[in-house]
Structures are given as structure tokens and as C-alpha cells.
Design a protein around this ligand. Structure first.
Ligand code: ADP
Ligand code: MG
Length: 291
């Protein structure tokens, strides 16, 4: 495209809250045929709320306080939902020691001399915690689109907590527009398969890659590229940065983290995913102007 048409295209994009880092990204965007969407904070609002607490084992009545103590040390949006949900229910958290975040799995800490573990079924399996008694209930919550997390104390299953994150009002329309313009839409998440499918269904997305570990997201993008696709990755989190950098076009949701914006080629200032088809449309028009 000519410098003039690129200037004009960049200007019009900026008016729509779409900030291309350089003219080459505005040019390249028209080739995109697959859009990969991160789930939490991209398709969804990213403000999960605590919806369910199901206690199996709490001999001294300190279980919820200990869970709050461990999660208070985590920066994950799921942890924030658990902490504020428990605080709203009158739970006060003591201090946690030996805190460790286990990315993609959960957290662990020592609280009041007890070993706390909160996270996924895989985390429990790896640490030898038997969760067979709650497996079917966990499936039910996940089928509702909730993220269910398990808590164990001293290696023994103690409780399940679930949080719900709802899709943005605009996500369904934005996905429909992308599909109508001939672009494939794939949702990618570290969350489990059932929760991911439930959220994807609400947004009108049929292709889902779930249970992707933080370091695996970039690799999923690479696989799509190796199959001959030109991939745009859209994400908001620190976890998404390597995938944003790997994609042909990385699009950061401007309501997310600075790390995501640094790794991306484009920032979508509004959280609204309609900006993705606006960006592709702007690029297509810019390229057409040169011919
Ligand atoms: P996402 O891609 O949705 O941001 P992550 O890869 O960060 O998901 O996390 C994957 C899963 O690990 C979560 O769905 C949750 O079950 C578990 N998990 C992550 N962080 C925590 C935490 N602080 N407390 C409990 N569980 C967690
Ligand atoms: Mg996210």
C-alpha cells in the first residue's frame, strides 16, 4: 500500500480504538484467515464471581479461612474471585506461608500449619489426592460454564469452589461477523474442556482448544501456522504474551495487562471483539486502495 493509504487507514483505525504499532501490521492483517481468542478476559468479561462452595471436610471450621489465605497471595483473576467472594461471606484470611503459584494448575501454601492445595483435577491427581467422590458434581458445575476448583488439606480432599465468568455482551455478535467474513474462529484456554465448551457455545464458537498450559499457547498458534494458516491471536493476559508474539498478528485487548500490549502488533482499546473484524476490514480496504 502507499504511505498515504496506510496513514489514512491507521488514522481511521485509531478513531475506532484500533492501534496498529506500524503500517506493516495494518497491511498484513488482511491476510488473516484464523482468529484465535483467549477465553478469560477476551471472550469473557474476565471478572469471575464465586458462585458455589461445597465443603466435604472441615473438622475445625477453619477451611474457608485457609483457602482465602492461600488465594490471597495469588494474582490470578480466579483467586481474586475466591478471595472477594469469601470476604463477602464474612471469612477473614490469616497469613499464608510457603506460598507457591503453580501456573495452569493452582496454588499451594502452608496455613496454620496445614498444607493447602487449591486448583485443577490434574493438580489433585499429581499430588495423589482422591477426588472420586466429587467428580460427577464437578462435571455438572463445568457444564454450566463454571470453573470448579478443588481444595485439599494435608493431602486430603476438603472442598470444591466454583466461579462463573460471563461472556461480554458483544462477543457473540463479534464472532458471528468474523465467521460471516470467512474467518475461522478458535477459542483457546487453560480451563477445562467442559467449561470451555459451555462458554464457547454461548459465544457461537465451535472450535475449542482447552486445557492448554500457559507455555503451550504459543505452540498451538505455531501448529495452526504450520497447517498453512495466517493467524491472529487475541489475548489480554501475561500468559498470552508468547502466543501474541508468535502469531502473524498479535492483538492485545487494551483492558488487559501491559505485558500483552507490549507483545502484540495491535491494541484493541475497547474490550469489544467487534474491533477484530473492523481491523481486518480496514486492512482489506487499505490494500484494495493500492490496486
Ligand atoms: P486461563 O487460560 O483461563 O487464564 P490458566 O492457565 O491461568 O487459565 O489456569 C488454568 C486452570 O488452573 C484454571 O482454570 C484453574 O482451574 C486453575 N488455577 C489457576 N490459578 C488458580 C488459582 N489461583 N487458584 C485455583 N485454581 C487455579
Ligand atoms: Mg485471559
Amino acid at each position: 500500500a502507499t504511505p498515504t493509504s496506510i496513514m489514512a487507514g491507521s488514522g481511521r483505525s485509531a478513531e475506532l480504538g484500533i492501534l496498529f504499532k506500524g503500517g506493516e501490521h495494518l497491511e498484513a492483517t488482511h491476510r488473516v484467515n484464523v482468529v484465535v481468542l483467549d477465553k478469560t478476559g477476551t471472550v469473557t468479561k474476565g471478572k469471575p464471581e464465586l458462585t458455589d462452595i461445597e465443603i466435604a471436610n472441615d473438622a475445625d471450621g477453619r477451611l474457608l479461612a485457609r483457602i482465602a489465605a492461600a488465594e490471597r497471595r495469588s494474582e490470578h483473576p480466579l483467586a481474586e474471585a475466591i478471595v472477594s467472594g469469601l470476604a463477602a461471606r464474612g471469612v477473614t484470611a490469616p497469613e499464608a506461608e510457603a506460598f507457591q503459584a503453580i501456573p495452569g494448575y493452582g496454588v499451594q501454601a502452608t496455613v496454620e500449619g496445614r498444607e493447602l492445595l487449591v486448583g485443577t483435577r490434574k493438580l489433585m491427581a499429581e499430588r495423589g489426592v482422591d477426588i472420586s467422590a466429587v467428580e460427577s458434581r464437578m462435571f455438572e458445575l463445568e457444564q454450566q460454564g463454571k470453573t470448579a476448583m478443588l481444595a485439599a488439606v494435608d493431602g486430603r480432599y476438603a472442598a470444591m469452589v466454583a466461579v462463573a465468568d460471563t461472556i461480554k455482551e458483544t462477543s457473540k455478535e463479534a464472532v458471528a461477523k468474523l465467521l460471516a467474513s470467512g474467518v475461522r474462529v478458535v477459542m483457546m484456554t487453560g480451563d477445562n474442556e467442559r467449561t470451555a465448551q459451555a462458554i464457547a457455545r454461548q459465544a457461537g464458537i465451535s472450535e475449542v482448544v482447552a486445557e492448554v498450559l500457559p507455555e503451550g499457547k504459543a505452540n498451538e498458534v505455531k501448529k495452526l501456522q504450520q497447517a498453512g494458516n495466517v493467524v491472529a491471536m487475541v489475548g489480554d493476559g501475561i500468559n498470552d504474551a508468547p502466543a501474541l508474539a508468535t502469531a502473524d498478528i498479535g492483538m492485545a485487548v487494551g483492558t488487559g495487562t501491559d505485558v500483552a500490549m507490549e507483545a502484540a502488533d495491535v491494541t484493541l482499546m475497547r474490550g469489544d471483539l467487534n474491533a477484530i473484524s473492523d481491523a481486518i476490514g480496514m486492512s482489506r480496504r487499505t490494500m484494495r486502495n493500492i490496486k
